[in-house]
Design a protein around this ligand. Structure first.
Ligand code: HEM
Length: 177
């Protein structure tokens, strides 16, 4: 397998980034929904800490992933025009959500007056000063984005499964090898 993409196949880096981000995003969605449902406790605070650290990791990875996407070839999609447009729209919407989720998370902890730490290695600056109303607003946006991201993942997975089981083409296999 090549490191970089070709016009026919994804390369190793694109495949690794795809699956790493998929695991990270799904994990963060589950963790986010679970931790917010818990009563206030030591456990809840510990999970909030992990959520913020892995959320920031997702932000750093998506910066690298976007740079990789913009400087690499993208394998062609030999599909009807409407499907190409639908697939590309969903792919770009993923980038919007992959940036918007961690940035609104960072904004909401900033507005709560809590600068987020990255695995104890360094502390990120606060993006806005402490403000309860702003915190509630960013909390709501972060939550709606979470549900939007879940809907997007469902569409993306359904399309991939349709290609595998109904069209029987190699679209799904291309992101494995
Ligand atoms: C891709 C990255 C991320 C995803 C997918 C994600 C997802 C979620 C989800 C689904 C929730 C539950 C929302 C609800 O109440 O319905 C949540 C809550 C939360 N997230 Fe994130 N998040 C991400 C990144 C971050 C980052 C980077 C931070 C902070 C540095 C952060 C801070 C928080 C906090 C503090 C809450 C709890 C809000 C509350 O108490 O209501 N998140 N997140």
């Amino acid at each position: 397998m090549k490191i970089k993409n070709t016009t026919q196949r994804y390369g190793l880096i694109a495949i690794l980034l795809h699956w790493l981000m998929a695991i990270l995003l799904i994990g963060l969605l589950i963790l986010g929904l679970y931790m917010t449902s818990l009563p206030i406790s030591h456990e809840k605070l510990k999970l909030y800490g992990w959520h913020k650290e892995y959320g920031l990791l997702a932000l750093f990875l998506v910066i690298f992933r976007l740079a990789w996407r913009l400087t690499n070839l993208v394998p062609v999609l030999t599909l009807p025009l409407w499907e190409i447009i639908a697939a590309r729209t969903v792919h770009w919407l993923f980038y919007v959500f992959m940036f918007a989720m961690p940035i609104t998370g960072w904004l909401l902890t900033s507005a709560a007056g809590l600068p987020p730490s990255f695995f104890g290695l360094f502390v990120l600056p606060v993006l806005v000063s402490q403000n309860d109303q702003l915190m509630k607003l960013f909390q709501e946006i972060h939550s709606y984005l979470g549900y939007g991201l879940i809907a997007l993942i469902c569409m993306h997975v359904s399309a991939a499964l349709k290609h595998y089981f109904i069209n029987k083409d190699d679209i799904l296999q291309r992101i494995f090898s």
